[in-house]
Design a protein around this ligand. Structure first.
Ligand SMILES: *[C@@H]1O[C@H](CO)[C@@H](O)[C@H](O)[C@H]1NC(C)=O
Ligand SMILES: *[C@@H]1O[C@H](CO)[C@@H](O)[C@H](O)[C@H]1NC(C)=O
Ligand SMILES: *[C@@H]1O[C@H](CO)[C@@H](O)[C@H](O)[C@H]1NC(C)=O
Ligand SMILES: *[C@@H]1O[C@H](CO)[C@@H](O)[C@H](O)[C@H]1NC(C)=O
Ligand SMILES: *[C@@H]1O[C@H](CO)[C@@H](O)[C@H](O)[C@H]1NC(C)=O
Ligand SMILES: *[C@@H]1O[C@H](CO)[C@@H](O)[C@H](O)[C@H]1NC(C)=O
Length: 364
């Protein structure tokens, strides 16, 4: 059967040269451009950025996406607006949950509205989700706007059909858009290449009690907790692979030395990073982006069955729970849970993408 051999040889060849695409969904902010620079530096074709409500409201973070792309001549990458509201959660409902189960040190978009903080340049929380706080655009208020010809979820669905098996879905904010895409099209998840997320901490409860408030802040897990139902839908869908950058996202921190070195590069991103990246926080979203580009930076990872607690009456509402296969309930799946990365290789990757950022002219 000679033709069979040549066909599989052909598809092997196609696989070897198949482009790796990504749609990157996040709660973008002034210094939030590093994940897409890492993806571009790793030769991933970033089809679009998508916006979600996590640290702030979706309309505000979509404009941050447009603004940060403009800062470095990357406006050839479109921004598609995601859902503004989580599937069912609201600030009121979240704050009522906190009354019963305790406050989260980081409440993201569901922190009480604070006009003083907004006037001082903070992104908006609670209140009117459509208000835009211009003072927060330290990278410059964008000239352009998100492309509202379609929604983030729709765009994700369209792209996995256009490039089956080649599109990574990256989510470092809430999983609302991913869940909508999953529910909209039963083929969506299986046609994607993988889902890579930032969020999903395990086994850190004692540390939350005995550590500092800042340590507890690191594992607030707002990405999953702002929309627990969406998290469950996304993380139980049949993506060929799901990688969780949870605990590992707290492993590697920027240092002043790192910033000083980045600052020597004369480009908008290196300068914005030096000025606005908060050194008190680990490389959360950057770790997830680097794992998407190069999974071999993981030095310790395991495969577990994963569920998300969607019980509003639970203190773990929106948190993950993991199982071994023999004990896992039905309806959940295996995921790749990363514990540790090669810190040196991660840091080098971040540094290179910031010091030599791609611009549209480099992307064909
Ligand atoms: C962006 O492009 C403009 C026009 O081509 C050029 O003058 C400018 O230096 C570029 N900026 C960056 C940050 O690449
Ligand atoms: C509002 O924000 C300001 C400035 O960040 C802060 O000092 C103040 O404590 C905040 N108010 C509340 C009620 O959190
Ligand atoms: C918006 O995206 C659509 C595809 O969804 C594209 O056809 C259109 O040209 C884009 N509009 C702008 C202004 O870039
Ligand atoms: C979509 O964007 C265009 C161009 O910015 C604007 O004219 C239009 O009002 C927007 N439509 C909606 C529904 O927001
Ligand atoms: C998922 O991807 C990771 C990283 O490439 C890999 O180590 C793991 O074996 C994959 N899992 C499955 C089930 O393919
Ligand atoms: C991998 O990480 C887990 C969880 O922290 C730990 O229990 C295990 O000992 C680690 N394995 C190696 C080889 O370091």
């Amino acid at each position: 059967m000679h033709w069979r051999v040549s066909l599989s040889a052909l598809s092997l060849a196609a696989g070897a040269f198949a482009k790796h695409y990504a749609i990157m969904d996040n709660d973008w902010y002034t210094a939030g451009f590093v994940p897409y620079l890492i993806a571009l530096d790793g030769d991933i074709d970033v089809l679009a950025l998508a916006s979600d409500t996590a640290n702030s409201w979706q309309p505000q973070v979509a404009l941050h996406a447009v603004a940060t792309l403009e800062a470095g001549n990357l406006s050839c990458i479109p921004v598609y607006p995601g859902a503004t509201w989580p599937l069912i959660n609201t600030p009121e409902r979240f704050q009522a949950w906190e009354t019963t189960h305790g406050k989260l040190p980081w409440e993201g978009a569901f922190a009480p509205e604070n006009a003083t903080a907004e006037a001082a340049g903070n992104d908006p929380t609670s209140g009117d989700p459509n208000r835009i706080v211009k003072a927060a655009f330290k990278e410059g208020f964008p000239k352009g706007r998100p492309n509202n010809s379609t929604s983030a979820a729709n765009f994700m669905v369209e792209m996995v059909h256009k490039y089956p098996g080649q599109v990574s879905i990256y989510s470092a904010g809430a999983l609302t858009n991913v869940a909508l895409a999953v529910r909209m099209d039963p083929e969506f998840a299986s046609l994607a290449k993988q889902l890579v997320i930032m969020g999903g901490y395990v086994d850190l409860n004692m540390l939350e009690a005995t550590g500092s408030i800042m340590l507890a802040d690191y594992q607030s897990d707002i990405n999953l907790m702002i929309d627990p139902e969406a998290s469950k839908i996304a993380l139980t869908a049949d993506f060929p692979n799901i990688t969780i950058a949870g605990n590992v996202a707290n492993q590697v921190f920027p240092t002043q030395k790192f910033v000083d070195e980045v600052k020597t590069a004369d480009n908008a991103y290196a300068q914005l990073f030096a000025k606005y990246y908060d050194l008190s926080f680990p490389f959360w979203d950057e770790t997830a982006a680097a794992l998407m580009v190069d999974p071999t930076i993981a030095t310790n990872q395991t495969s577990v069955y994963l569920d998300v607690d969607t019980s509003y009456g639970s203190p773990n509402y929106g948190n993950i729970h993991v199982y071994q296969k023999a004990l896992a309930p039905g309806g959940i799946r295996e995921v790749n849970y990363v514990f540790e990365v090669d810190a040196k290789r991660l840091t080098e990757r971040i540094k290179h993408s910031l010091m030599h950022p791609k611009a549209c002219a480099d992307l064909e």
